[in-house]
Ligand binder design. Structure first.
Ligand SMILES: [Zn+2]
Ligand SMILES: [Zn+2]
Length: 400
């Protein structure tokens, strides 16, 4: 698709056309970044190369860059003031973490590239905007909720809107995000020869197996759309040694924040019960909390209007669920989390097929459209204080 051949949605068509032209002119820079991050996957909190690359890219386009930004080494902030005096502050967010083992199977390489692309598009028209454009490189979405650290570090202070896009198999403005938390569980037992003195041992692996079994039974009684799932991290070293240590990592999720609190406490009870039954002790450590998503309808409406100009439309609602630390941001300021299709419906996220899709020609086109549209929505906000006020009204639950 030729971005520059399309008439952007009104209002401010002239400025939006310049944004699209700037994104189109930077096409190879944006897509090369996407492929470079895709080919060099780095998991949560370890995105050293990706963070350096995005920081370099926005620095080249006039942003004042902080890297690291706040306490996270792989967080980035870039700031650029508009030429029309004080006004709103709009943040363009970019994720770039990959999944351990499977790489960019969530396609965050496209998010990093489109975030940089949006920043490039906005830099080209900054002279005609009021307020401030903020680019935030946000690490550790897959685990650890990096955005919560950035919120706590004040990096979102004074921000009126947070915009990003996530790739998916369907296009929808309001992704359904569950409250979620990671749980690290470690059982400690006592090692012993498994044949000569098994009665001297305390089997930590038995405790972990028991925990998986009780989670499996618990699922029968869980409310729809609540989730508990996990993997074994350590389960012993040799068949003739009773394992004195076993560890697992789990996630607990629910669409209902209050119900989620109850799940969290029951999960801990299951861990303690398994420890008690096997004579082991247990450590249970919750971290990386993601909140449910509070979609801003004003921002979502503007995003869709600008998106449709580029021929992309919402798919019918689906059963797709996920979690994101974007939910945490959405509890504090007007936020959207649109998903744009980069592959055919039915390709699951976190799969090898999706990883391949994230480097496909279709993903390239969507990355450029996402960059353009996010920048166009940001430009509307930076030119129209009434739109910013409407987004805040919606946030406070008083949309007219
Ligand atoms: Zn993701
Ligand atoms: Zn993911």
């Amino acid at each position: 698709m030729e971005l520059t051949a399309i008439q952007p949605a009104s209002p401010h068509g002239e400025i939006k056309a310049r944004i699209a032209a700037a994104v189109a002119a930077a096409r190879s820079e944006i897509l090369e970044l996407s492929h470079r991050i895709h080919a060099n996957p780095e998991p949560a909190f370890e995105e050293h190369q990706a963070a350096a690359w995005v920081a370099e890219a926005i620095g080249r386009h006039g942003y004042v860059v902080e890297h690291p930004a706040g306490r996270l080494e792989t967080a980035v902030r870039g700031r650029l003031s508009g030429g029309r005096g004080p006004g709103a502050r709009v943040a363009i967010l970019a994720e770039y973490d990959a999944l351990p083992g499977i790489g960019h199977a969530c396609g965050h390489n496209t998010m990093a590239a489109s975030g940089v692309g949006a920043a490039i598009g906005l830099a080209a028209v900054a002279g005609d905007l009021a307020g401030e454009i903020v680019f935030l490189g946000t690490p550790a979405e897959e685990r650890g909720s990096g955005k919560q650290y950035m919120l706590d570090d004040g990096l979102f202070d004074g921000t009126d809107a947070a915009l990003l896009f996530h790739p998916g198999d369907l296009t929808s403005i309001e992704a359904r995000l569950l409250a979620s938390e990671d749980v690290d569980v470690t059982f400690h037992g006592r090692a012993s020869h498994a044949a000569s003195e098994p009665w001297e041992g305390r089997n930590a692996l038995d405790a972990l197996v028991m925990l998986f079994s009780s989670i499996g039974l618990w699922r029968q009684q869980l409310r729809p759309e609540s989730r508990v799932h996990g993997v074994v991290l350590e389960g012993g070293t040799a068949a003739n040694i009773i394992p004195d240590l076993a560890a697992g990592r789990f996630m607990v999720r629910s669409p209902d924040q209050l119900y989620f609190e109850g799940m969290r406490s029951h999960f801990r009870t299951l861990c303690e019960a398994a420890a008690m039954a096997t004579g082991c002790s247990v450590e249970v450590e919750f971290s990386g909390r993601s909140e449910t998503m509070r979609h801003n309808r004003v921002l979502g409406g503007r995003y869709l209007a600008n998106l449709e100009a580029y021929g992309m439309h919402e798919d019918p609602p689906s059963d797709n669920l996920g979690s994101s630390d974007m939910g945490n941001v959405s509890q504090v300021l007007p936020t959207i989390h649109p998903t744009l299709a980069i592959c055919d419906p039915g390709v699951p996220g976190h799969s090898i097929e999706f990883r391949e899709a994230a480097a496909s020609p279709r993903a390239e086109e969507v990355t450029l459209i996402a960059a353009t549209v996010a920048a166009q929505v940001a430009a509307e906000l930076l030119m129209d204080p009434a739109l910013v006020a409407a987004a805040w009204r919606d946030f406070r639950g008083a949309a007219s």
